[in-house]
Design a protein around this ligand. Structure first.
Ligand code: CS2
Ligand code: MG
Length: 402
């Protein structure tokens, strides 16, 4: 089998998605997600100028060699743009392999370790009362794990909290807008928020919270310690991941579990965090972490250190990534939980999916490969619209952590 061609499909059904379609000489094609929120065109430029021409003529079955060809062969290793492009290629090739062998992707990754995967919902409220209502609504939808984010008194727009629109979308059309942040107000409010959630909903729900890299290590240590009585499933991205040693300080002070890495793209972002057991969950998703070939190695490495998975799964990762992730989560041994934010209906006009949500869990059918298809005619009806994530400043104007 040979790769004969590949192309990029850029579409904006409500938000931008980039998809790589790889064709073979046997009529089978594979699809891979290449969406990097706000940097879509950078990934496309790398795919079109180099990766696609270099792919043509290769045997798509050689997923391992092709992965190394693009990772090592370009000389300039790593980085979100490069690793997203490699992920799209890798995902498409595994999709082809599954279709060629007429078997679902999870079978190629070790078969089923479970029949369904636990997912967590987002409850984003404007203030404490509104947040409690949002938790109630997600619980009523059947979720048993819920991420709780709330507007903070004294901060006008907290990141990760939906505005008036029904759907959560942190990217805004055009150039980045500015948000403002005050850590002391946040640290004061958060324990009150989780105390109220536990008082209202009891001990059974798995509660999660995303700090979005807003704390220094000592601030994060205080937060993790203050939240201990409410036994969270995890706090996510308590500090920026670049300073891996910073996590040691949080560990010294608290037993609140930690999830990190939605902005990581390489196993080398994780080495200290994994070998020193400074975290409990890895967040790096297939689409930004070099695809199935690379993430499988990271997950197996983490497993040896009692670290589980909880991959990034916001709506800026396409349905294709979500489906591939469900297969992956079905197969691996150290699965923890999966983030799940349903896409808007308009997204499903373009992407034909094969997964289902029921009672707090996702399942996937047995279609060969990943099992998702794209309607190119529909995709063409929604042209690209520039959109960016916000920049963050302290209330005195200083550029802040992200
Ligand atoms: C968030 C995301 O889902 C999460 O955990 O951190 O909203 C993230 O900020 C966006 O996906 C960025 O594109
Ligand atoms: Mg996050």
């Amino acid at each position: 089998m040979k790769i004969t061609d590949a192309k990029v499909i850029l579409t904006c059904p409500g938000r931008n998605f980039v998809t790589l379609k790889v064709y073979t000489d046997q009529g089978i094609y594979g699809l891979g997600d290449a969406t990097l929120n706000g940097m879509e065109k950078a990934v496309i430029a790398f795919l079109e100028s180099y990766c696609i021409p270099a792919l043509i003529g290769k045997d798509p079955a050689n997923t391992e060699d092709i992965w190394h060809y693009f990772y090592k062969g370009v000389y300039w290793k790593r980085g979100s743009v490069t690793m997203t492009a490699i992920a799209a290629i890798d995902m498409a090739l595994w999709d082809i392999k599954g279709k060629m062998l007429q078997t679902p992707l999870y079978n190629l990754l070790g078969g089923k370790s479970r029949e369904r995967i636990m997912v967590y919902a987002h409850a984003n409220g404007k203030n404490l009362e509104d947040t409690l209502e949002k938790v109630e609504a997600e619980k009523a939808r059947g979720f048993i794990a819920i991420r709780v984010q709330s507007g903070i008194p004294g901060i006008s727009h907290a990141y990760g909290v939906a505005g008036d629109s029904k759907f959560y979308e942190p990217a805004h059309k055009g150039l980045p807008h500015t948000e403002f942040w005050d850590t002391s107000k946040y640290l004061h409010f958060l324990p009150r928020l989780f105390e109220s959630v536990r008082n209202s909903f009891g001990d059974d729900l798995h509660l999660l919270h995303d700090v979005h890299h807003r704390c220094t290590p000592i601030e994060a240590a205080r937060l993790a310690k203050d939240l201990e009585p409410y036994h969270l499933y995890w706090i996510e991205d308590p500090v920026t991941g670049e300073l891996q040693e910073g996590l040691r300080l949080i560990r010294k002070h608290s037993t609140t579990p930690i999830a990190i890495g939605e902005v990581f793209n390489s196993v080398y972002d994780y080495t200290t965090l994994i070998t020193e057991q400074l975290i409990d969950y890895i967040r790096m998703p297939l689409v930004h972490g070099g695809g199935i070939t690379h993430l499988k190695k990271v997950v197996d490495f983490a497993s040896i250190y009692h670290i589980s998975t909880g991959f990034h799964g916001a709506t800026d990762l396409s349905p294709l990534n979500l489906a591939a992730t469900i297969h992956f989560n079905m197969a691996i041994n150290n699965f923890g939980v999966q983030e799940y934010m349903p896409h808007q209906d308009i997204v499903h006009e373009v992407f034909k999916t094969n997964y289902q949500f029921k009672d707090g869990f996702l399942t996937i059918d047995d279609s060969p490969g990943i099992g998702v298809d794209i309607d190119e005619k529909k995709a063409a009806q929604y042209p690209y619209e520039m959109a960016c994530l916000p920049v963050n400043r302290k209330t005195d104007g200083t550029m802040f952590y992200w």
